[in-house]
Design a protein around this ligand. Structure first.
Ligand SMILES: [Zn+2]
Length: 259
């Protein structure tokens, strides 16, 4: 209780500072989704970004300098993911490690539970329970600027973090408030996942990358990317999947304005 009160007070203090103009310029350049948001959503995104930047430990790897641009871009994208949810700041994520590019990781313990590592030996990103989120800056940028259609590394890695918030395991299911919504979630997404696995095994490609067929955790992370980055395609081809994610994220990107 005291901890929550202190946290709320600390966040109020963070928000007493005005949002810097330079940070608006960073969002304009690197988080193009912002242009599609309503004014109150943009305001909320900036508040959440301020808190997120202030509360995380930031560490540059392989010579990458942690600048405001790095922090604000990653924070705004992570917060965009949970913009519709109530006070989700990924409190269990303490640190963000950023490499300049996809990196070859060494000496990383990959056997403990709650670890997910993307991209085989050369990695784009990683998500660890109570550990750091590790990201490749070049992939963060290309996602925020929508240079790789349908892909967004920050959404992907932070979707894994949402997944871990439900019992700390990667089971493709984030915390879901109502039992009814949970039952709908399983009823819709499980057969869709199995359909995708079957299609990918037989070489049938669709707008959902076959990386989603790796396991249910990757399925949730990849359809989260599709939900935000290819929302109209998802809404028209798999409306029941779109609706489940719309109800969970409490956002409706298929109906956001064009920019
Ligand atoms: Zn993943």
């Amino acid at each position: 209780m005291l901890f929550k009160w202190l946290k709320r007070r600390r966040r109020r203090r963070i928000l007493e500072e005005p949002f810097p103009d330079e940070w608006n310029a960073i969002i304009a350049s690197n988080v193009v989704h912002d242009r599609q948001l309503l004014a109150d959503q943009q305001r909320r995104l900036r508040e959440m970004t301020q808190v997120f930047v202030a509360e995380k430990n930031w560490e540059g790897c392989r010579g990458l300098e942690i600048t405001d641009e790095v922090k604000v871009t990653i924070a705004a994208l992570a917060c965009l993911l949970v913009l519709g949810q109530n006070n989700v700041y990924f409190d269990h994520v303490l640190s963000i490690l950023v490499y300049p590019d996809p990196y070859v990781a060494k000496d990383v313990e990959i056997t403990r539970a709650g670890v997910v590592i993307e991209g085989g030996q050369t990695r784009l990103g990683e998500a660890w329970w109570r550990g750091p989120v590790i990201l490749s800056w070049s992939d963060v940028l290309s996602g925020g600027r929508r240079q790789q259609p349908g892909q967004n590394l920050v959404f992907h890695e932070f979707a894994h973090q949402l997944d871990m918030m439900n019992g700390r395991t990667l089971d493709g299911t984030p915390p879901i408030e109502s039992q009814q919504h949970f039952q709908r979630w399983v009823k819709v997404l499980q057969p869709e996942y199995e359909r995708l696995v079957h299609a990918c095994r037989h070489g049938r490609r669709s707008f959902i990358d076959c990386y989603a067929a790796t396991n249910v955790a990757e399925y949730f992370a990849v359809i989260t990317e599709v939900f935000f980055e290819n929302s109209r395609m998802l809404s028209s081809h798999l409306p029941h999947v779109y609706d489940i994610l719309r109800d969970y994220y409490r956002l409706d990107p298929a109906h956001w304005s064009d920019y």
